[in-house]
Design a protein around this ligand. Structure first.
Ligand code: F6P
Length: 559
């Protein structure tokens, strides 16, 4: 279906003609009930959508558009295990990873018939928990008999971003006796730095790769294995390497015992996989109980997303507002600004979730879209961003819708020490800055307000803030494992909502393939002793030639 040809699309387009007139000062002045009506509580999250440039009429039209796009049906299809990832012919079942035991969700089995996945998920998680408890208790020992002190996760994309983000986010819940490192970049300095102060005898590698074919991960895993075996010998691999993958054959071929492989399934997308065995290193760090709490947080949002009518469905509304800005109002980017140092990797994590999902230009039927799809997602934790790019947010020529994330209490884990007076003072300053940014962006400071404040009139244009810059504020009591799970699922479901309205497939990622195959072709050309064929475009050929000259190899053909 060409959604852009529907009357619902036409209605939203017509409303967007008045976007410039939608002033937040006036919207608030005219409507005393606005905050109450547009603030939603779901789980522990308070989601304040009142500072968005939308009227009731706009929201009703957006919900009608979502209905026309078949969002309800699509959500049910996803959660029931239908193969909605049509370009890869796969089900999409990250929600099954956090479904309670006893739920039945079936997919087509390899040998025909339907197979329940929830039982398999729970039995895998039990294996993960047993393993992680052994590592945490010092019962899983290395080749020399020494307990494990460091878990090094080797993976990239979804096999890195989720666990590394959550490891930072849940720092207050980690066991101090066990630390994790995350190695993703094929730049050898990533691995070298991670290993520089480690003892092979107390190091455990988790090679995390859904496909077990990703070149960066395999290159790092091979180097890590060499680092280990140089110190402890070949037999040490069995005690120091485990894998997370769908690809048993490749794991075994690498030299990891299949008994030490934690399975995932093709219906878990990489960027939706933190709650699968890809979260093994996180579970080792925070323990199975905290991991389960994170899953239960996700489940709270899943249940809301599946059951709540679209007009009160918070991830749906947030996703639709994102569609409004990107597609109908022409705003190209979206900033996510957590006021939490522990969430410093959260926006990076969301970049994969959102941009790998919705950075698409053809619809499910293969026809090109003639409207804008996924926005550029970016951001940094506050307050640091305030002293760099927030100038542009406040007074630049581009309007950037922002998500502010703030907690009422500092992170404290199990102890309440962090809630001491000093931490409270810092935290109040942090939260005040968050609220102030959203207020300043929304309401700005007019020329009249500048004049009465006694500012030099010559500087008035520079000291005026246009305001009318929209934002969501998400507030929760504290960054607990459950709240982290709620935040993750909230963004996952927003991402799906947008993809469904745009009629694209948010679950494939063909756009990463061309670069991968060209890199595989270029790598030998950079390093081979004989001159390469130089079968690329003139610019790439010249760069290959220059690289070879700079590394002491010969130039182009015949050189
Ligand atoms: O970059 C593409 C991608 O396929 C991501 O979607 C995925 O998360 C990442 O590579 C890693 O893939 P794998 O887990 O198979 O190594």
């Amino acid at each position: 279906m060409d959604i852009a040809g529907t009357s619902e699309w036409g209605t939203v387009s017509a409303l967007a003609e008045t976007f410039d007139d939608l002033g937040l000062r006036r919207l608030f002045a005219d409507d005393a009930g606005r905050v109450e009506r547009l603030s939603f509580s779901v789980g522990d999250l308070l989601v304040d959508l009142s500072k968005h440039r939308v009227t009731e009429e706009v929201l009703v039209a957006l919900v009608a558009l979502a209905q026309r796009a078949g969002l309800d049906r699509r959500v049910q299809s996803m959660m029931q295990g239908e193969r909605i990832n049509s370009t890869e012919d796969r089900a999409v079942l990250h929600t099954a990873l956090r479904a309670p035991a006893g739920t039945v969700i079936e997919v087509d089995g390899d040998l025909g018939g339907r197979v329940d996945v929830v039982a398999a998920v729970h039995s895998m998680r039990k294996r993960m928990a047993v393993f992680c408890e052994r590592v945490r208790d010092g019962d899983w020992v290395g080749d020399t008999g020494a307990p494990i002190e460091t878990v090094v996760n080797i993976g990239i994309g979804g096999s890195d971003l989720g666990p590394s983000m959550a490891y930072e986010a849940l720092a207050a819940y980690r066991d101090e006796r066990l630390r994790c490192r995350f190695v993703s970049n094929v730049d050898s300095s990533d691995l070298v730095t991670a290993l520089s102060d480690l003892d092979p005898a107390t190091t455990l590698f988790v090679v995390a790769s859904k496909t077990f074919t990703t070149s960066e991960t395999l290159a790092n895993a091979v180097s890590a294995r060499r680092w280990l075996t140089d110190a402890l010998g070949d037999d040490a691999v069995a005690r120091h390497f485990v894998a997370v993958s769908t690809n048993r054959a490749a794991v075994t071929e690498f030299g990891i015992d299949a008994a030490n492989m934690f399975e995932m399934w093709d219906w878990v997308g990489g960027r939706y996989s933190l709650d699968s065995a890809i979260g093994l290193s996180l579970m080792a760090a925070v323990g199975p109980e905290r991991f389960e709490e994170m899953l239960s947080g996700m489940r709270i949002i899943d249940e809301h997303f599946a059951a709540e009518p679209l007009s009160g469905n918070v991830p749906v509304l947030a996703g639709l507002i994102a569609v409004w800005y990107r597609t109908f109002c022409g705003l190209p980017t979206r900033a996510v600004l957590p006021y939490s140092q522990a969430l410093r990797r959260f926006t990076t994590y969301l970049q994969q979730l959102d941009m790998e999902s919705n950075g698409k230009r053809v619809r499910l039927d293969g026809e090109p879209v003639d409207y804008q799809t996924g926005p550029i997602v970016w951001g940094e934790p506050g307050t640091n961003g305030q002293h760099s790019f927030h100038q542009l947010l406040h007074q630049g020529t581009t309007v950037v819708p922002c998500d502010f994330i703030v907690f009422a209490n500092p992170d404290s884990g199990d102890s309440d020490e962090a809630t001491g007076a000093e931490a409270t003072r810092h935290h109040e300053l942090l939260a005040a800055n968050c609220l102030a940014q959203a207020e300043a962006l929304a309401f700005g400071r007019t020329a009249e307000e500048v004049a009465v404040s006694g500012i030099d009139p010559g500087l008035a244009p520079h000291r005026t803030f246009p305001g009318n810059r929209p934002s969501t504020t998400i507030m929760a009591p504290r960054l607990t494992p459950s709240v982290l799970g709620q935040l993750i699922a909230f963004y996952e479901h927003q991402t799906l909502t947008q993809g469904v309205v745009w009629g694209i497939n948010p679950f494939d990622q063909w756009g990463v393939e061309l670069g991968k195959s060209l890199a595989a072709a270029i790598a030998p050309e950079l390093g081979a002793p004989e001159p390469p064929t130089l079968a690329h475009d003139p610019s790439t050929n010249a760069l290959i030639t220059r690289y070879r000259e700079l590394t002491g190899r010969s130039g182009g053909p015949g050189a």
